[in-house]
Ligand binder design. Structure first.
Ligand code: FRU
Length: 496
């Protein structure tokens, strides 16, 4: 491998060259999932933003497309969303042609003589299913006189009230707007001051409705990304559960109480999942939503050891809502489409774990492209630690510490880390919320990332790493007492 390609993931989306951050404008139409992204084609660090573009039939294998939206006189193109305007409410459609795709994004213009930006909201439409966009003549559609951070419009179709609803981040709150035609927007309400995490600026919101599993009830979910102020440092995405009456988002009372007791509502507790939002027009039959995030963190994204390209996206994930004794909680898991890539399988039951016990090496499964499921039915006091290692002496550890009920990922010895003081300065932890004696996990490994879905997706952790050679051995050890690993199943994921 060249240094560059040594770190390029096998199956997570990366741009062929140059800088990428947030996912933008995701929608599904006519058999294709579209992913746009914050893109600076001239450099491997952040700069004047464009919308890059990629398409996929299954959200797993992506084809990069030409840049879809370029900066203009209103500014560079910051994050935003896109909708399929099936009813041609915007009038941008052509009679008897495919539905227009309408992108709603932030125009961000540097002000002369100071470090501030003027951020306004603009729209553009596409007649070729998202390949190319024409900017609307009357941009911006939402002007801004004095709000410093005013960006990342996410628009959804509100079925109950037959209108478009936009959530927009405005520093320390989310503003709600509605529209009949995507061109004229009315301010409805705002939410968030003094609520939830406020360690940094609020960005990239999302709003959608989810059925509560096993009930007739539905609840509204509000995502808010925040940077810094994440549970393990830097960027992360929090969520709120409540109701939306067409005008106002109100937190569920029980949820609010739990939130005030302990702010434990993050879609991912690892350090590398930011700015994630849902696909438009892609609600699954069971009502679940599909999301994906930027697999990096503003704390170090611009200095990670890849020079010609930077950043990957997370694996696409399905979002569901459950209610149990602890109240409402999202369940987030990899999309089922990933299982279509399973090839070689390894399976073992009743492994007695005494000391560091090898489970898999590269002779059984290539750990640089794998999906692993484990189950421990009788969890002992102190928990366990998985170690991913290579011959170069690098180790990535992760597992569960039963004493303090924390899941963890430790990348302090995982390879290159001196590019940033913040990259591997501590072990990332996530409090376990499930009280089940049965602990299950799904682990997705690519060359330079790990995504762990504990307890059916109740707690998720995603982190990146840069080993000196791909990890090729997985072992497990007890934190103290011996225990039985009931079963482990590993699948090599094949993308050829
Ligand atoms: C989030 C963010 C957004 C903004 C974009 C700019 O990572 O800061 O708020 O629109 O990145 O690239």
């Amino acid at each position: 491998y060249s240094e560059e390609e040594l770190y390029r993931p096998n199956f997570h989306f990366t741009p062929k060259k140059a800088w990428m951050n947030d996912p933008n404008g995701m929608f599904y139409y006519n058999g294709y999932y579209h992913l746009y992204f914050q893109y600076h084609p001239e450099s491997s660090v952040w700069g004047p933003m464009h919308w890059g573009h990629a398409t996929s039939t299954d959200m797993i294998t992506w084809n990069e497309q030409p840049i879809a939206i370029y900066p203009d006189e209103l500014g560079t193109i910051f994050s935003g969303s896109a909708v399929v305007d099936i009813g041609n409410t915007s009038g941008f459609g052509k009679v008897s042609k495919a539905a227009p795709i309408v992108a709603i994004y932030t125009s961000s213009k540097k002000l002369e003589g100071n470090d501030n930006w003027k951020q306004t909201q603009s729209i553009a439409y596409s007649h070729d299913e998202g390949k190319t966009f024409t900017k609307y003549d009357n941009n911006p559609v939402i002007d801004n006189s004095n709000i410093k951070d005013f960006r990342d419009p996410k628009v959804m179709w509100d079925e109950e009230r037959n209108k478009w609803v936009m959530v927009l981040a405005a520093g320390d709150k989310i503003m709600f707007y509605d529209s009949k035609d995507l061109k004229n927007w009315n301010l409805l309400s705002d939410f968030g001051q003094g609520i939830g995490g406020h360690g940094g600026v609020w960005e990239c919101p999302d709003l959608f409705k989810l059925p509560v599993l096993g009930t007739e009830e539905s609840k509204w979910v509000l995502f808010v990304s925040i940077n810094p102020g994440g549970p393990n440092g830097g960027s992360a995405t929090q969520y709120f559960i409540g109701d939306f009456d067409g005008t106002k988002f109100t937190m569920d009372k029980e949820f609010e109480t739990a939130l005030n007791k302990e702010h434990n509502y993050w879609i991912d507790f690892g350090r590398d999942n930011y700015a994630g939002v849902s696909w438009s027009n892609a609600t699954r039959k069971d009502g679940s939503k599909l999301i994906l995030g930027w697999m990096s963190n503003w704390d170090y994204a611009q200095v990670v050891p890849t020079e010609t390209w930077r950043s990957a996206m997370t694996i696409a994930r399905k979002v569901q809502l459950q209610k149990n004794d602890n109240g409402y909680r999202l369940l987030i898991n990899p999309v089922e489409e990933l299982t279509n890539y399973r090839s070689t399988k390894y399976k073992k039951e009743n492994i007695v774990v005494k000391n560091d016990t090898k489970i898999i090496d590269s002779k059984t499964i290539d750990l640089a492209s794998a999906e692993i499921q484990f189950n421990i039915s009788n969890l002992k006091e102190e928990g366990f630690t998985f170690n991913l290692t290579n011959k170069q002496g690098d180790t990535l550890s992760f597992g569960y510490n039963h004493t303090d009920k924390n899941f963890f990922i430790d990348r302090r010895k995982s390879g290159k880390r001196d590019f940033s003081e913040k990259f591997a300065n501590h072990v990332s932890i996530a409090k376990r919320t499930s009280i089940s004696a049965d602990l299950k996990g799904t682990i997705i490994l690519d060359k330079t990332s790990i995504e762990i879905f504990f307890d059916n997706g109740e707690t998720v952790m995603t982190e990146i790493f840069f080993p000196n050679a791909p990890f090729n051995k997985l072992s497990i050890k007890p934190n103290h007492q011996e225990f039985v690993l009931d079963n482990i199943e590993a699948n090599k994921l094949n993308f050829n």
